[in-house]
Design a binder for this molecule. Structure first.
Ligand SMILES: Cc1cc2nc3c(=O)[nH]c(=O)nc-3n(C[C@H](O)[C@H](O)[C@H](O)COP(=O)(O)OP(=O)(O)OC[C@H]3O[C@@H](n4cnc5c(N)ncnc54)[C@H](O)[C@@H]3O)c2cc1C
Length: 582
């Protein structure tokens, strides 16, 4: 059988991971095109210090990280490990942070990542360099560690080549040919490559490649400071690259790792340093790699003082050098994955940390080969952004906000502060008058409760569950009073923000919806059912609310983030049996 041609743009850790897993799943016609040299390409991977903290309040990101750790452990290169399982330590110097670490430990036990809360003294046993003065405690994850992505890449590339894959270094992609809504070829500095699929793994250059294909890749390159200390006397006897656990001190937005006899120190404390596409140099144009900007030492003054507070031994050692390294940030902090709905055959795998790289490679390969990944990647779907969110002004502001808050304590209901008030429902003036508290959903400002209903609280006081502390944040007891009042009497809900509404009618409508969804839709006229639409492998594609308006007329509301995809699927299926959709 003829193998489809797959072209991957970018030989960083993401491009190589995808090539590797596609090869494992039997793909034999893979070409990886890289503008820099192979494999220290000059992209973000080339200088990544490689800290891997698996635990994240997103279960998906935690799983992708754990899969990456397992994969890297198997990829020793020339007798050298691609992963050092030295463990990680996150220390708290506020009570709030300690509480957050407790929540994280809980997440760890739910999701199968071993994690222990430690007393200050136990923290010192794990890393004797830490000053315990202001430490309340820490979280220790034994399976975390340091990834060596360039070693992993060598092994992944060797496997891909052994399966027939090809890698072209010093070859710049200059254009993407699209015809009839499908990708056809990529143009490069060394000629044209005909292809069936393109996978854009170009790191922070992604938006440029997207533009060539006519799609928006909403990511913002940002510089982030990373410095190396001189040797520490306390590490003088070390012969290994790293034996001590990674240390993260989120209260000062900093992290630390051993590098032989010295320390690597990263800081997110500095002002946001967005980098524009036009300011990215070409490989060889400057002494440094394209992903490195000159170190702005003034931004490191305060972080360095904080570093001395936490690790006093650094004072004597002093700092050796630093970089402002570039990598990608997105409006919601999640990667950008999947096939573009605008240009078929154009796949994207962007804004991915080394931490999640092999996990993403595996999922992308499954998605391409099997039609769906094993993990639910809806939160990362490249098509999740509506048109308004594809404006550079929007995603730049949101990405900067994400940079600034990267080490903050995140409440699940915490709301973004920038790029708000994009979309209001027709009732918004009335809602504001009633004292609405708004959350943002897909750009819509959605009321969560109305202050005017405060008077209902006394009526339902006995039935309202009391919340305090963390659970009471971004919440009001008015929500429960409104809920109870609606159950007893009635309430009017503004569903303007639901993503897509369709009316499906015709004599086949019932049968069609029975086929499409997981429930029995043969419900009485005038009633509503919440049900699911599945994808080809049986996973959940979207949640749908179905209202039966008449015997053969149904009103459907699609809820999920990949609604456009579901909408297209419904239209495609319906066209086969001549259903009317409006
Ligand atoms: C200072 C710093 C510290 C970091 N620390 C960590 C950390 O501790 N842990 C962690 O998990 N992550 C860390 N990261 C993030 C991590 O390095 C990146 O997210 C990751 O390496 C991105 O991999 P990638 O393959 O997507 O991108 P890249 O490695 O940038 O690869 C993209 C490739 O695409 C190529 N390319 C682009 N355009 C073209 C074109 N037109 N034609 C051909 N080829 C093209 C580029 O040359 C490049 O090689 C850090 C980043 C920085 C900057």
């Amino acid at each position: 059988m003829k193998q489809e041609k797959i072209t991957i743009i970018g030989a960083g850790i993401v491009g190589c991971s995808i090539a590797y897993y596609l090869s494992k799943l039997g793909k034999r016609n893979i070409t990886v095109i890289e503008q820099g040299p192979l494999f220290e390409t000059g992209g973000s991977t080339s200088h990544a210090p490689g800290l891997v903290y698996q635990l994240n309040f997103s279960k998906l990101l935690t799983t992708l990280a754990s899969q990456t750790v397992e994969a890297f452990k198997e990829l020793n290169h020339e007798g050298q490990p691609s992963f050092y399982s030295v463990g990680s330590l996150e220390v708290a110097n506020t009570q709030e942070r300690l509480e957050d670490l407790k929540r994280k430990a809980g997440v760890g036990s739910s999701w199968g990542v071993e994690a222990y809360l430690l007393s200050p003294e136990e923290c010192a046993q794990k890393c004797s360099l830490i000053n315990l003065d202001k430490i309340y405690g820490g979280l220790y994850v034994p399976s975390d560690g340091i990834a060596k992505p360039l070693r992993a890449i060598e092994e992944m590339a060797a496997f891909t080549r052994s399966c027939g894959g090809e890698f072209y270094g010093h070859t710049e992609v200059t254009g993407v040919e699209v015809a009839d809504g499908r990708v056809k070829a990529v143009e490069t500095s060394s000629g044209k490559f005909e292809t069936d699929l393109v996978i854009c793994c170009a790191g922070f250059w992604g938006p440029r490649i997207g533009e060539m294909a006519g799609i928006t890749i909403p990511l913002q390159p940002m510089a982030h400071q990373y410095a190396l200390s001189n040797d520490l006397m306390e590490l003088a006897n070390e012969t290994e690259e790293i034996t001590t656990p990674l240390v993260r001190h989120q209260d000062s937005a900093m992290y630390y790792r051993q590098v032989f006899n010295g320390l690597g120190i990263g800081s997110y404390q500095h002002r946001p340093l967005p980098v524009e596409q036009n300011d990215i140099t070409k490989y060889g144009e400057t002494k440094e790699m394209p992903s490195i900007k000159p170190f702005t030492s003034e931004d490191f003054e305060k972080p360095w003082q904080d570093a001395l507070d936490l690790i006093p031994a650094l004072k004597k050692a002093g700092m050796k050098k630093g970089i402002n390294g570039i990598f990608s940030f997105t409006p919601d902090g999640m990667p950008l994955l999947g096939e573009s709905q605008k240009v078929r055959g154009f796949w994207v795998a962007e804004a991915i940390w080394v931490t999640h790289s092999a996990g993403v490679g595996k999922s992308m390969a499954e998605w391409i080969v099997n039609g769906a990944p094993t993990l639910d990647l809806e939160l990362c779907d490249i098509n999740r952004f509506d048109t308004y969110a594809q404006s550079p002004a929007y995603y730049k502001k949101r990405s900067i906000e994400n940079f600034e808050k990267i080490y903050d304590i995140h409440h699940p209901f915490m709301q973004p502060e920038t790029s708000r008030n994009m979309r209001f429902s027709p009732y918004s003036i009335r809602q504001k008058t009633l004292g609405a508290y708004f959350n943002e959903k897909s750009g819509w400002e959605q009321p969560q409760w109305y202050e005017v209903n405060d008077s209902l609280v006394a009526t339902y006081e006995k039935s309202i569950l009391k919340r305090k502390g963390w659970a009471a944040q971004y919440w009001s007891q008015i929500i429960e009073a409104e809920h109870l009042h609606t159950r007893k009497h009635a309430g009017l809900f503004d569903v303007t923000a639901t993503k897509k509404r369709l009316e499906i009618s015709g004599k086949e409508a019932l049968g069609f919806l029975q086929e499409l969804t997981t429930d029995n839709i043969d419900i009485p006229i005038g009633t509503v059912m919440s049900t699911l639409m599945l994808h080809e492998l049986g996973g959940i594609k979207d949640e749908i609310k179905v209202v039966r308006k008449a015997a053969s007329t149904f009103f459907c509301v699609l809820q999920g983030k990949s609604t456009q995809d579901c909408n297209e699927k419904i239209h495609k299926l319906a066209s086969l049996i001549y259903l009317v959709i409006s």
